[in-house]
Write a protein that binds this ligand. Sequence first.
Ligand SMILES: [Zn+2]
Length: 290
Amino acid sequence: MKIVFSEECLNYGSPGHPESPERVRLAYEYLKARFEFIGPAPAAEKDILLVHSERHLENLRNLEFYDGDSPQYPDIYGYACLSAGGAITSAGAAIAPAGAATTSAEQCAFSLTRPPGHHAGPSRVAGFCYLNNVAIAVRKLGKRTLILDIDAHHGDGTQAIFLGDPSVVYVSLHRYPCYPGTGLKSQENCFNYPLPPLCGDQAYLETFKRALDSLEAGGFELVAVSAGFDGYRTDPLASLGLTSQAYRKVGELISGLKLPVFGVLEGGYDGAALGPNVEQLLLGLGSRNS
Ligand SMILES: [Zn+2]
């Protein structure tokens, strides 16, 4: 189980913004003695263009965009390229484990980088997101992929990118009503499961199982997890009342799909809880052969 991380992603931020470098620094400090870490390479422009428009890249480079939640940080394009590169590195590590005999833990990797990505659309900055990290990695690998979005917000950017794409199925569990206000109903290959605030572990896990059970078996080569932890019980933005045990169970259920899995950090704004919750998800993902 490898975690992709670079301290460079901690080098930007603005005071009081919930998507802070501190939350990821705390998670890294917690996880660094528990897992093997590797560094990302920045995503290449040609890979980013598999998802985003030329115009969007120009706007990011020139800081010519406006979204109330997503500040115009100097060189945010560089940081976003590195975060997208983290997703690509993580996906690559999951499908190409070292050694012949692999365990489920070796077929998993996780990118602990920022900025997050799932609200970013083809030509749109939104909700702390500039480039859609998961989408770039999925398009780059070109495999038939199941995207499981466990962030407590609907991944409207990811849905906009993959709606109608026959090579991808998108599944999202999210708090509703809540930002961004989408994801009330399923559409084509995008399956949405809105949940009430503070729904708790039992309702969440029953819904997650139902979502997996409703998928056609055997159709996927890869699982991508948009791993947000803002459904955690103490999260200040989007709590679903979940405990750390829920992330462990989610990991175990995904592990049961018996496919390579890569996870990419999205939200999660209780910084002290982030590392332990990532750990529980990863322990669950690696549990199949243990
Ligand atoms: Zn979120």
